[in-house]
Design a protein around this ligand. Structure first.
Ligand SMILES: [Cu+2]
Length: 206
């Protein structure tokens, strides 16, 4: 399991290029029809209503494109949802109105904060971190823009996912699902630390 940071970039550009190709084809076909078959004196409209072979061909091409996009999307999504490698750092995340609670099971460490005081939790750089995300009231979403990652926090359901954090420093995180009055202040921070600093951080928060 490697960093998921750029996984969706290739899926996105695939969608983009297929979208551009389809747009160009459709516009070209419309332009062709407008120019080639425009009204001219002495021309009657064609009485032809269908072209079965062509229509079947187009349907097959569309199905193939859809199948490719569905496969690529779910393939990438499955990698993202993969959890979890042995020896991964485990963190349970509880979202609530309007804050976050981060618990390290078996470590005796819990960090909690709200819209007045945003919580900061820590992860070791370069190691797999396995998250279990849920909500205690309404639907929230955990978003770490620097990691290009977002996942819903749904009451009564636990979402599992793995992440690997690269460079050291602080990543800003926030709630990205409108969840009430103080939604915009529902933020958190992630300290990405070296192994030694991470252990010290854990010890200091016990
Ligand atoms: Cu929220």
């Amino acid at each position: 399991m490697a960093s998921t940071r750029n996984d969706f970039a290739s899926v996105w550009s695939l969608y983009l290029w297929i979208g551009i190709a389809v747009a160009v084809l459709v516009l070209a076909a419309v332009l062709f029809a407008v120019v080639r078959y425009r009204a001219r004196p002495g021309r009657a409209p064609s009485r032809r209503a269908e072209a079965n072979l062509l229509e079947v061909g187009v349907a097959i091409v569309i199905l193939a494109i859809v199948a490719l996009l569905v496969f690529r999307t779910f393939h990438t999504e499955a990698k993202e949802d993969d959890s979890s490698a042995a020896g991964a750092v485990r963190i349970r995340v509880d979202a609530f109105q309007w804050g976050w609670k981060f618990t390290y099971p078996g470590q005796g460490v819990t960090v909690i904060g709200n819209s007045d005081r945003e919580p900061n939790f820590a992860v070791p750089a370069g190691r797999t971190v396995s998250f279990a995300l849920t909500s205690s009231d309404v639907i929230h979403a955990m978003w770490i823009p620097g990691q290009k990652f977002k996942k819903d926090a749904i009451p009564g359901r636990v979402n599992h996912f793995d992440m690997e954090f690269g460079g050291r420093g602080r990543e800003q995180g926030l709630c990205s699902e409108f969840c009430g009055l103080r939604h915009s202040n529902m933020r958190f921070g992630v300290w990405v630390l070296s192994d030694a600093s991470y252990e010290r951080w854990l010890a200091a928060h016990r």
